[in-house]
Design a protein around this ligand. Structure first.
Ligand SMILES: Cc1cc2nc3c(=O)[nH]c(=O)nc-3n(C[C@H](O)[C@H](O)[C@H](O)COP(=O)(O)O)c2cc1C
Length: 387
C-alpha cells in the first residue's frame, strides 16, 4: 500500500492506473486552460496567519451544509463518467463519502444510475441535474431522485452547452471507450482497470440510456449535450424545477454577483460559486477570487458554497475563512478513485481533513464555526480592479 501524504500522490497513481482518455477528461480545462490553472494558483496567493499560545485541544471539523450534518464542510462534487475512472466508480465514491460523513453528489451524466447508487448505500445522497429538452425525461429523472430519497437537488446552471476541451476531442472520449489501436495499446498497461471493467455491467450513461429519446451516439458526451441539453434554460425554468422538486435546492455555477442575487431570489437553499473547475468559460476569473463579491451581494440571504481548484485542506480553510459555508471537491476525489478505488476516495478525504484540522489549529481555531477573515492574509489586489 503506497504512502499517501497529499492529493498529488493520488493524482500520480490515477494517471498511472487509468486509461489516458479518462485521466485526460478529468485533468483538463476548456480552450487555453487559463481558468483551470488560475483556480489553483489563486488559492496559493492567499496566506495564513499563524497564531500561538491558543488552546488547541478538542478540535472539530464538523459542520452543517444546508442544514445537514457533515463531518467537514466538503462535499463530493458531481463528476460525469466517474464510473469510467474505475468500474462502478459512483458506487465506490458514494460509499466512501457515506462512511466518512460527507455528502456525495451523483451527476446526471454518471455511469451508475440513481437507483443503483441508492441500492448500494444506506444514507441519502445529492443528485445533480442537467436540464434536458425532453420534458418527460426531466419530470421522470426528478421523480426518480425523489424515489431514491436524494436529500438535495444540485441544479447546474453553467453547462447547457459544452465548453471545448481539446484533449477529449483528440482522444475520442466515449463511454465505453471505442477500441481503436491507440486505446488498445493504452489498455495493455492498465490491465487492472480493464479486468474490473469486464466484470461490471455498468459501462454506459446509466441515468439516461433507456430513459431519454433520440440520441445518435449514446456513448458520446458531446452528442448527448448537443442533442439533449436544453439551451433555453432561464430563471423561470429554474423556478419551475424548484417547484417540481419541492426539496432542498442548490444552484451551481454562479460566478457573478447579479446572477447570485437572481439565484437567491428563487429561494434556493445554497448557491455554489463555481466555474465548473475551469471546464466551461475559459477566461472567467477563478471562483475563489469571485467569492468576496458574491458574499457581499447576497449577504445572509442564501448559503454560499464554493468549488473549483480545491486540492488541499488549506484551500478548504481559505474558502471557509473568506465566508463560504461549504466546499466541494471534484478532481481531488477522482484522483483518489482512479488511484485506489473506494479506499482512494477515503484517502483523499482523510488527507483533506488532516490538512484542514492541523492548519486550523495553527491558525488558532478549534472549530470551523470560529473561522473568519482574520485567519488570512489576502493580497490587496487579490480580487483585482476590473472595468
Ligand atoms: C471530470 C469532471 C467531470 C465533471 N462533470 C460534472 C457534471 O457531470 N456535472 C456538474 O455539475 N459538474 C461537473 N463537473 C464539475 C464539478 O462538479 C466541479 O464543479 C469541479 O470539478 C470543481 O473543480 P475541481 O475539480 O478543481 O475541484 C465535472 C468536473 C470534472 C473534473
Amino acid at each position: 500500500m503506497p504512502v499517501i501524504t497529499c492529493i498529488d500522490d493520488l493524482k500520480r497513481l490515477h494517471r498511472k492506473r487509468t486509461p489516458k482518455m479518462f485521466y485526460d477528461y478529468c485533468e483538463s480545462g476548456s480552450w487555453t486552460e487559463q481558468t483551470f490553472r488560475e483556480n489553483t494558483t489563486d488559492f496559493d496567493r492567499i496566506r495564513l496567519r499563524q497564531r500561538v499560545a491558543v488552546d488547541m485541544e478538542g478540535r472539530s471539523t464538523a459542520a452543517k451544509m444546508i442544514g445537514q450534518d457533515v463531518a467537514m464542510p466538503v462535499a463530493l462534487a458531481p463528476v460525469g463518467l466517474t464510473g469510467m475512472q474505475r468500474a462502478d466508480g459512483e458506487i465506490r465514491a458514494a460509499r466512501a463519502a457515506e462512511q466518512f460523513g460527507v455528502p456525495f453528489t451523483l451527476s446526471t451524466m454518471s455511469i451508475c444510475s440513481i437507483e443503483d447508487v441508492a441500492a448500494h448505500t444506506t444514507k441519502p445522497f445529492w443528485f445533480q441535474l442537467y436540464v434536458m429538452r425532453d420534458q418527460d425525461f426531466l419530470k421522470n429523472v426528478i421523480r426518480r431522485a425523489q424515489d431514491a430519497g436524494c436529500s438535495a437537488l444540485v441544479l447546474t446552471l453553467d453547462l447547457q452547452i459544452l465548453g471545448q476541451r481539446h484533449k477529449d476531442l483528440k482522444n475520442g472520449l466515449s463511454a465505453p471507450p471505442k477500441l481503436t489501436p491507440a486505446v488498445i495499446a493504452d489498455l495493455a498497461t492498465k490491465w487492472q482497470w480493464g479486468l474490473e471493467m469486464l466484470r461490471t455491467k455498468r459501462r454506459g450513461f446509466g441515468n439516461i440510456i433507456g430513459h431519454a429519446k433520440g440520441v445518435d451516439d449514446p456513448s458520446s458526451l458531446f452528442t448527448w449535450t448537443a442533442q439533449q441539453f436544453d439551451p433555453r434554460l432561464d430563471w423561470s425554468k429554474v423556478e419551475a424545477i424548484r417547484d417540481m422538486w419541492g426539496g432542498p435546492l442548490i444552484l451551481k455555477g454562479v460566478m457573478e454577483p447579479e446572477d447570485a442575487v437572481m439565484a437567491a431570489k428563487t429561494g434556493c437553499d445554497a448557491i455554489v460559486v463555481s466555474n465548473h473547475g475551469g471546464r466551461q468559460l475559459d477566461g472567467a476569473l477563478s471562483s475563489i477570487r469571485m467569492l468576496p463579491a458574491i458574499l457581499d451581494a447576497v449577504g445572509d440571504r442564501v448559503e454560499v458554497h464554493l468549488d473549483s481548484g480545491i486540492r488541499s485542506g488549506q484551500d478548504v480553510l481559505k474558502a471557509l475563512a473568506m465566508g463560504a459555508k461549504g466546499t466541494y471537491i471534484g478532481r481531488a476525489f477522482v484522483h483518489g478513485l482512479g488511484a485506489m478505488g473506494e479506499k482512494g476516495v477515503t484517502a483523499a478525504l482523510e488527507v483533506i481533513r488532516r490538512e484542514l484540522d492541523i492548519s486550523m489549529a495553527l491558525c488558532g481555531r478549534k472549530s470551523v464555526q470560529e473561522f473568519d477573515r482574520d485567519m488570512l492574509r489576502v493580497p490587496e489586489d487579490f480580487t483585482g480592479r476590473w472595468m
